[in-house]
Design a protein around this ligand. Structure first.
Ligand SMILES: Cc1cc2nc3c(=O)[nH]c(=O)nc-3n(C[C@H](O)[C@H](O)[C@H](O)COP(=O)(O)OP(=O)(O)OC[C@H]3O[C@@H](n4cnc5c(N)ncnc54)[C@H](O)[C@@H]3O)c2cc1C
Length: 301
């Protein structure tokens, strides 16, 4: 699934319980805009920084857990706050795209690592990659009191969770780089006791190998750059069970994700419906360009 597919998926399928007898049920928007401030930051490793966001309104945020995604909006240079669509409905994404790209808020996708209620806060773990991108630049300098805008889920079933373990899955495979490490942590924390799971994670620095608590029976392979691609390491490994009984989830740099998916489906015989995959970023391409390319590809279909 492409990044742009994600914007179109899910939300439309979440109906609202009928309000009155005759009115057609209006679809409920499973997201809300919030404007929290930075409460704290903590360096988790050489590459990862945790930014804790908080404000009273965040008590409405509900995470579906696992790899739950949300949108971060940053102001353009010279603006105090990001320009957002005036109306929040199921068409928020086309509405945002209609705004002048030079004026509209810069939108980036991140993972909700944790949600707390008392006080209302969410944790977001940023993989820093220097000042090349606005989100990495913002996270690197984030300090208590800074404000930011987010579009975050307000219902559990919000279409923003890709990891969907089939009921009959007897084992799982996870593959990620540091941008998907928060998602891997959330997924591992959600897995059933004793489920065999093989995990490959590529990181920039040996100290990025953070603790990943789980009740599953996890075997984790860390690949520290410079290293061979994850797909090669997976190709050399034995999977925990027959292809037909497994489930794979892959996220990270788009070309690496594609290569591993091809290997799992083509050479290992996994059913493509049992492989969830998401390009979290693409080398040499901003998220804006990735989204535009995905929209153009969808229009050409
Ligand atoms: C569903 C989803 C969940 C995500 N969750 C997280 C998360 O929890 N934490 C997290 O850190 N990231 C996460 N990402 C990835 C993040 O959205 C991208 O890395 C994003 O491009 C960062 O925005 P930016 O403004 O810093 O860089 P952009 O402006 O988008 O890109 C600028 C340049 O930086 C390059 N670049 C982008 N990311 C990286 C990187 N990690 N390493 C090296 N070069 C890079 C691009 O190729 C481009 O050349 C997620 C992505 C998706 C789709």
């Amino acid at each position: 699934m492409t990044i742009a597919d994600q914007e179109q998926a899910g939300p439309r399928t979440t109906p609202r319980a009928a309000a009155t007898h005759d009115e057609p049920a209006a679809p409920r928007v499973p997201y809300g805009f919030f404007h929290p401030r930075v409460v704290a930051t903590r360096r988790l490793s050489p590459t990862l920084v945790r930014v804790v966001l908080g404000c009273d309104e965040l008590s409405a945020v509900v995470s579906g857990g696992r790899d739950q995604r949300f949108k971060l909006f940053l102001p353009q240079p010279g603006q105090d706050a990001p320009v957002l669509p005036e109306v929040l409905d199921l068409d928020w994404y086309p509405r945002w795209r209609e705004l002048d790209p030079a004026v509209r808020g810069i939108m980036r996708t991140y993972t909700i690592r944790a949600v707390r209620q008392d006080p209302p806060e969410i944790d977001v773990d940023f993989a820093l990659h220097g000042d090349l991108g606005p989100a990495s630049r913002w996270a690197r300098r984030a300090a208590p009191g800074d404000t930011v805008s987010i579009l975050a889920p307000v219902v559990h079933d919000n279409g923003g969770v890709e990891f969907q373990l089939p009921q009959d899955a007897r084992w799982a495979l996870l593959a990620a780089d540091e941008t998907a490490l928060p998602a891997v942590a959330g997924i591992l924390g959600s897995l059933p006791v004793g489920l065999p799971v093989r995990v490959w994670i590529e990181v920039a620095h040996p100290d990025d190998r953070v603790d990943l608590p789980t009740r599953a029976d996890a075997e984790i392979t860390w690949l520290v750059r410079p290293c061979s691609p994850v797909a090669e390491s997976v190709a050399a490994a034995e999977l925990p069970g027959p292809a037909g009984t497994g489930y794979a989830w892959i996220a990270g740099e788009a070309s690496h994700v594609r290569a591993l998916r091809r290997h799992l489906v083509g050479e290992r015989g996994l059913d493509r419906r049992r492989v969830s995959f998401t390009g979290y970023w693409r080398r040499g391409t901003t998220e804006d360009d990735l989204l535009e390319a995905a929209v153009a590809a969808a229009a050409a279909d």
